[in-house]
Design a protein around this ligand. Structure first.
Ligand code: NAD
Length: 476
């Protein structure tokens, strides 16, 4: 993906890491220990399909085990390779530390174009891949817990969980071996949308930061802001949908693999998503200009650019042409180290991937806790909370009538106040709190230190400090 004169994705992540540790005072050697990937396992396995054996190559990389289990998605894409999974595993370490999810970093991938196979074939392939990883403890609720990533979703996670349970019939915590499962297979409310929801909460946190807004040259609220999104998959679709439907943003362009739709008045995200689901392509979407060279629209005028597809899309070949004053990296590694430097010099503010897309691992953490505690969040408290609130409402109404005050509580207030928090409300509240707290930690470093002039370096500083503290505490 990267132009020839740019470092690989793995080197790009290391370069950004190096920029940050140069500003830190770590014990000798610890920097190297944190940077390197502990292990990467490559597996090749055969699956009999369509009358012949097909051989597949997959990876699971463990970047850091300062906390266990390690955590990170499994990606299905033709471009998957060792360099990529190692870069993604490293990002997982920093991401988990930043949002205080108690995990080390890992990532997995399978070289496959999932669109080439039907559901039954994909199940056979996934189960076989999972078998290879499970028997080496590279999927295990206490050691290594995957999640969805590009090309995978809750369907694949349910197959993996089932495969684990078949191979570990007495493990009472078996369902916690993977997150991002469907609700009926041990999942949690709000996980599918979590990464996109996290992008929304992250942007809201940014818009509450006057200094950050000033640095980006932005003002006002999210209402009416022009947003360009690349990739209308799980992350991009949810982020664009929530921002347009709940925050009043205008999605002025949607860039997909086969072109881009452009409309300055704002696109209907739901309608475009339904079109892609039905037709498998963005082209032909009615009454809207479709640009064949989709990536060109990354350079269009807008307020917020959300790359939510794949890495390396903003690189030395187009960085100087990017007009957005604010980029929020919903994808992992969409901006190369070279482009990052160009953009920084231009004054573009980048909300880095390790923060921007951390909503997924945050809600995965909640799912893992739910699985280990074997009870849905809110089940014990909800009715008790409602009963207590009912007491307050009854008392207010009694006082009003006894004293002849004529107060009436509005039906809307009563409905909202009386409703106890269920699992979805609790997940959203936990995610919002996580994104707000992590933003504040980054912003404090970004605005507070003279030697830090960007959010990415601030994010690295916060997270590396936590990883280092964890190593120090262990005596390593
Ligand atoms: P996905 O497979 O659901 O969606 C990816 C989308 O990008 C698809 O719509 C695809 O058609 C589009 N796409 C592919 N190549 C493209 C190109 N060249 N130009 C434009 N669009 C292209 O994947 P996802 O889960 O949404 O993941 C997207 C990114 O977010 C990845 O970088 C992933 O690592 C990251 N991420 C995902 C999660 C998660 O929970 N799914 C969590 C954290 C980070």
């Amino acid at each position: 993906m990267n132009p020839a004169n740019e470092p690989s994705f793995r080197d790009s992540v290391d370069l950004m890491f190096n920029r940050a540790v140069a500003l830190m005072d770590l014990p000798p050697g610890l920097e190297e220990k944190i940077r390197v990937c502990n292990a990467t396992y490559t597996v090749r396995f055969g699956v009999r399909l369509r009358g012949r054996i097909h051989t597949f190559t997959g990876y699971r990389s463990v970047h850091s085990e300062h906390m266990e289990p390690v955590k990170g998605g499994i990606r299905y894409a033709m471009a998957v390779n060792q360099n990529e999974v190692e870069a993604l595993a490293a990002l997982m370490t920093y991401k988990c530390a930043l949002v205080e999810a108690p995990f080390g970093g890992s990532k997995g991938g399978l070289c496959i174009d999932p669109r080439e196979y039907d559901e039954h074939e994909l199940e056979l392939i996934t189960r076989r891949f999972a078998y290879e990883l499970i028997k080496r403890d590279m999927i295990n609720p206490a050691q290594n817990v995957p999640a969805p990533d590009m090309g995978t979703g809750e369907r694949e996670m349910a197959w993996i969980a089932d495969q684990y349970k078949r191979m570990n019939t007495t493990d009472i915590n078996g369902v916690a071996c993977v997150t991002g499962k469907p609700i009926n297979a041990g999942g949690i409310q709000g996980r599918t949308e979590a990464t996109g929801r996290g992008v929304q909460y992250g942007l809201r946190a940014f818009f509450r930061d006057p200094e950050g807004m000033k640095k980006a040259g932005l003002s006002g609220s999210l209402e009416g802001k022009r947003v360009i999104v690349q990739g209308l998959g799980n992350v991009g679709y949810h982020a664009a949908k929530f921002l347009s439907e709940q925050d009043g943003c205008k999605i002025t362009a949607i860039i997909e693999r086969d072109g881009a739709l452009h409309d300055e008045d704002g696109l209907n995200v739901e309608a475009v998503h339904q079109w892609i689901t039905k037709h498998g392509t963005i082209t032909g979407y009615p009454d809207t200009h479709c640009e064949a060279d989709g990536a060109k629209l990354l350079e269009a005028e807008c307020d917020i650019l959300i790359p939510a597809a794949l890495e390396g899309v903003i690189n030395l070949s187009n960085a100087s042409e990017i007009k957005a004053p604010l980029i929020i990296e919903a994808a992992n590694g969409p901006v190369t180290a070279g482009a990052d430097e160009v953009l920084r010099k231009k004054g573009t503010v980048i909300v880095p991937d390790m923060y921007a897309n951390a909503g997924g691992v945050t809600v995965s953490y909640f799912e893992w806790v739910k699985n280990l505690s074997h009870i849905r969040f809110g089940r014990m408290q909800r009715r008790a909370e409602e009963a207590r609130h009912q007491l307050v409402v009854d008392e207010l109404e009694r006082l009003s009538s006894d004293k002849g005050l004529g107060w009436t509580l509005s039906p809307n207030f009563k409905e909202q106040y009386l409703r106890g928090a269920g699992e979805l409300e609790l997940v959203r509240s936990g995610l919002d709190d996580t994104m707000s707290t992590a933003y504040e930690a980054m912003a404090q470093v970004w605005h507070g230190r003279e030697d830090v002039d960007d959010l990415r370096t601030a994010a690295y500083l916060v997270s590396i400090e936590k990883v280092a503290a964890s190593y120090r505490a262990k005596g390593l």
